[in-house]
Design a protein around this ligand. Sequence first.
Ligand code: NAD
Ligand code: UGA
Length: 458
Amino acid sequence: MSHQKRILCIGAGYVGGPTMAVMAMKCPEYRFDVVDINPDRIARWNSDQLPIFEPGLDEVVRGARGRNLFFSTDIADGIRAADIIFVSVNTPTKTFGEGAGMASDLQYWERTAHEIVEHAEGDKIIVEKSTLPVRTAEAMERILKANTRGRRFEVVSNPEFLSEGTAVRDLLEGDRVLIGAHESDSGRAAAESVADIYRHWMAEDRIIMTSVWSSELSKLVANAFLAQRISSINAVSALCEKTDADVGEIARAVGSDSRIGSRFLNASVGFGGSCFKKDILNLVYIARSYHLHEVADYWEMVVRLNEFQMHRFVQRMVREMFNTVAGKRIALFGFAFKADTGDTRESPAITVARLLLDERAKLIVSDPQALENARMDLADAGEGVTYTPDPYTAAEGADAVAVLTEWRQYRDLDFERIFRSMRQPAFLFDGRNILDHHALRKIGFQVYPLGSRALNSF
Ligand code: NAD
Ligand code: UGA
């Protein structure tokens, strides 16, 4: 079947795969090709074992794959055939040279620009899907325009706002689609072509058109605002533990002001994920590069507060367990950075586990989806860590349980059984405040909710 338009996505990761799958489902008259340099990833996209776990994704992929959705490693061919090229390669924090630990590492991004120049035969619209520093489109354009050879390249910014664990729902029912383009006839036409894809299922008033620079910067700012809310409530949680106030009650009282809103006010052991820290540090780096040091310091505190929260959580564990956890068995319930994903990138569980290992604790890590990644994250920890998907096995003979991921199934566990199998006194540290703390106290646990008074017998 010949398709009206051909769309290519370079980068078959957490963003590229689900985004193209949903687009293919909604736009049957277009053909979508997803390419990647990693052949294993592509093989898994073509198998029944998709490379990422996302609720609902299997069905969407199965419905479109082989019809108008194709995964391959043939990047050159993909570029030649495409009308529109989405680029959703990874843009991690730089680990070397100028800006190490702060700036975005754009080597993967730049490589795609050169590949496009090398293989494109006609005009192309290039869509920045990756999260990028403001004014990156300028660099992409310079590379492309230095090599036009009669071809026209138009760069459009279309950042992605999906969250892991709810990617399919976010893509189908997102609050908005943001498209940034240059203020020229060709820029506007390119933005319209991209908007036409989304118009298949998104209402017109949810499609926001801006300049390229506003679009690029909006993405960093959106993540910074979300993370800032978590750091704000986590800062309050520390104060609550000193004053007998309850952070959950405060979140409810404060969040019911419609100007503030109730979402993203769950105090936690800390935020994780591949993007919040990276994007804020990128924002900080950009602000510093313009000598806006107060602006940079302001946003940097969001990340520093997050580090403080993870350390504070472990310090409280050690203090409450009679100032030593050396040789004690601690069961970690959850290792993923949030529920409904197997992703552990920047998971607070990694920091908590490492700090506990420094204190010579013995860890039993449990998680329904993330054990494969957890094993890699703690590969150097040796015999200090064991792994099991079953929380009951993890808790057997343990001195403490620490809840680090808000998996729903942890709420429904038989805590009487867990309590009986543990060493006494049995400690429970709820780093996500998902459990019924009064019920646990009744069973006999020494309970430490986050951001409120301990329920204990000491
Ligand atoms: P990822 O690491 O899961 O996937 C990126 C893929 O790009 C990898 O499979 C890699 O092999 C491939 N790649 C790298 N260079 C390539 C090249 N030259 N040619 C072909 N393929 C190449 O990353 P991700 O989580 O999908 O994130 C991608 C971008 O989207 C990042 O900028 C990120 O900040 C942003 N983002 C991520 C999320 C999220 O939830 N993960 C949400 C919104 C935005
Ligand atoms: C986040 C944003 O929510 C997305 O809009 C964005 O597209 C994405 O980053 C990105 O750019 O990568 P994600 O990291 O997948 O999505 O997940 P979130 O739901 O935002 O959670 C991030 C972290 O904050 C998790 O560790 C979560 O447990 C924590 N969190 C979240 C809290 O501690 N408290 C809350 O109230 C909410």
